[in-house]
Design a protein around this ligand. Structure first.
Ligand SMILES: NC(=O)c1ccc[n+]([C@@H]2O[C@H](COP(=O)([O-])OP(=O)(O)OC[C@H]3O[C@@H](n4cnc5c(N)ncnc54)[C@H](O)[C@@H]3O)[C@@H](O)[C@H]2O)c1
Length: 395
């Protein structure tokens, strides 16, 4: 029996990346309806899926009134994730939502409560963990190939993000709609990957971050450049660097007690979403790199969301949740991202987890304006993270 899914939000992620995953999973899941206020987006998807006009809705409210949807897959701007999940929970429809699940830790807590009370199944597209390169890296670490992991370093440069560069527009450049810049966007992938690579024994203790805005459109109030350093209880570290609009190379290196794993991308390819070139292992400190065979990512992009889609559809069909990223994992990554913004506001390392007393816990990134910001703080200098007019600010 196939599972009946509906897509909510039919923009870049749905059209370019999710659709190939769903087309390849037709044995397991059928898309029976879609919703998006944009008629062009509806027409494009309807044509590709062969959907009749009555299956294409303008609003998710109308879509969630249907009786034939087992779960919705949400790919809308970050600010809309909570209200969409809330209505789905009320209607008893399961939900997989794209990352970042929410704008603040308080929003994730509300979502966790809604899911528990309604009994729906819920998950998050932390899809990079399913990429063959990352999945094999995690498998090698689980099998003890490099001993206990001490250090993860990842960089991602010139990451593609529709709407952020000069001449473009859209919600991604607006903090109160996106919840932050590249860190809340692509950085979420590097945060959950870091947590998984460092393993369940990793307990983060401090976060130190720097941000800047250099290349993106002038009216954007989010960062396009970020470095984050996370230190764990036993001295383990994750060091992440991300940029929109600069740089040509990216890397993922994981150091353990007895060796190193490294993913290489073809020359000029800049980030973890690109088709990987080679997974190498260096056994011992002076070992020669050996290639680990991997069933590499290829075009078409079935693999991009494929693993995440299949695991969630199986879960909705009554299977085990293994492979589905949980709301708890999303909570941990969003909490770390907000701690990073708190570190930028205070211009020093901060202890984690983020305290419920921090304005960022409930307001998200715009909560930085409820803190004492030094006159030369980058948030002031670059005019970052402007709150909605009714949120107010005092500095
Ligand atoms: N997991 C990944 O690898 C990955 C990759 C790209 C994007 N994303 C995520 O996907 C989501 C969407 O990003 P995008 O790049 O597709 O954005 P986008 O702006 O291209 O598309 C968003 C779509 O949502 C629609 N929309 C807005 N409000 C809506 C509502 N209330 N109901 C229904 N539709 C609504 C818009 O009309 C638009 O078509 C974000 O959460 C983003 O972070 C994830």
């Amino acid at each position: 029996m196939t599972v009946r899914a509906a897509l909510v939000g039919l923009g870049f992620a749905a059209q370019e990346l999710k659709l190939p995953g769903y087309l390849a999973a037709r044995d397991l899941v059928e898309i029976v309806a879609v919703a998006d206020p944009d008629p062009h987006a509806r027409a494009v998807i309807a044509q590709q899926l062969g959907l009749p006009p009555e299956a294409c809705h303008e609003g998710y409210e109308e879509l969630l009134a249907r009786a034939d949807v087992d779960y919705i897959d949400v790919s809308t701007p970050h600010l809309t994730h909570l209200p969409i999940l809330a209505l789905a929970a009320e209607r008893g429809v399961s939900v997989i939502c794209d990352k970042p699940l929410a704008m603040s830790v308080a929003e994730v807590d509300e979502m966790i409560g809604l899911v528990e009370r309604s009994g729906i199944r819920a998950g998050v597209h932390h899809n990079y963990a399913h990429f063959p390169s990352h999945a094999e890296m995690l498998r090698q670490i689980g099998a003890g190939a490099i001993g206990r992991v001490d250090t993860v370093t990842m960089s991602a440069h010139s990451v593609y993000a529709p709407g952020v560069m000069p001449g473009e527009d859209g919600w991604r450049g607006v903090a109160r709609l996106a919840g932050g810049g590249i860190l809340m966007d692509y950085g979420i992938h590097l945060l959950y990957l870091s947590l998984r690579l460092l393993g369940p024994g990793f307990i983060p203790r401090t976060v130190t971050a720097r941000v800047d805005k250099r290349r993106i459109r002038a009216d954007a109030d989010v960062e396009d450049t970020v470095t984050v350093h996370i230190e764990g209880e036993r001295g383990e570290t994750a060091a992440l660097t991300l940029t929109w609009g600069t740089g040509t190379s990216g890397h993922t290196v994981v150091d353990g007690e007895t060796g190193t794993l490294q993913i290489r991308y073809p020359d000029g390819f800049s980030a973890q979403h690109n088709v990987a070139h080679e997974l190498q292992i260096m056994r011992g400190r002076l070992g020669d790199p050996e290639s680990i065979p991997v069933e590499w990512e290829r075009l078409p992009l079935e693999w991009y969301y494929g693993g995440s889609i299949r695991s969630f559809a199986e879960y909705v069909r009554g299977g085990e949740p293994s492979g589905v990223a949980t709301l708890d994992e999303a909570r941990a990554t969003i909490s770390l991202a907000l701690s990073a913004y708190e570190s930028v506001a205070l211009d020093r390392p901060v202890e984690v987890p983020l305290s419920p007393a921090s304005p960022l816990y409930s307001l998200g990134v715009t909560g930085v304006h409820r803190m004492e910001l030094a006159s030369d703080n980058v948030i002031r200098r670059r005019g970052l993270y402007r709150p909605a007019s009714d949120e107010g600010a005092h500095e």
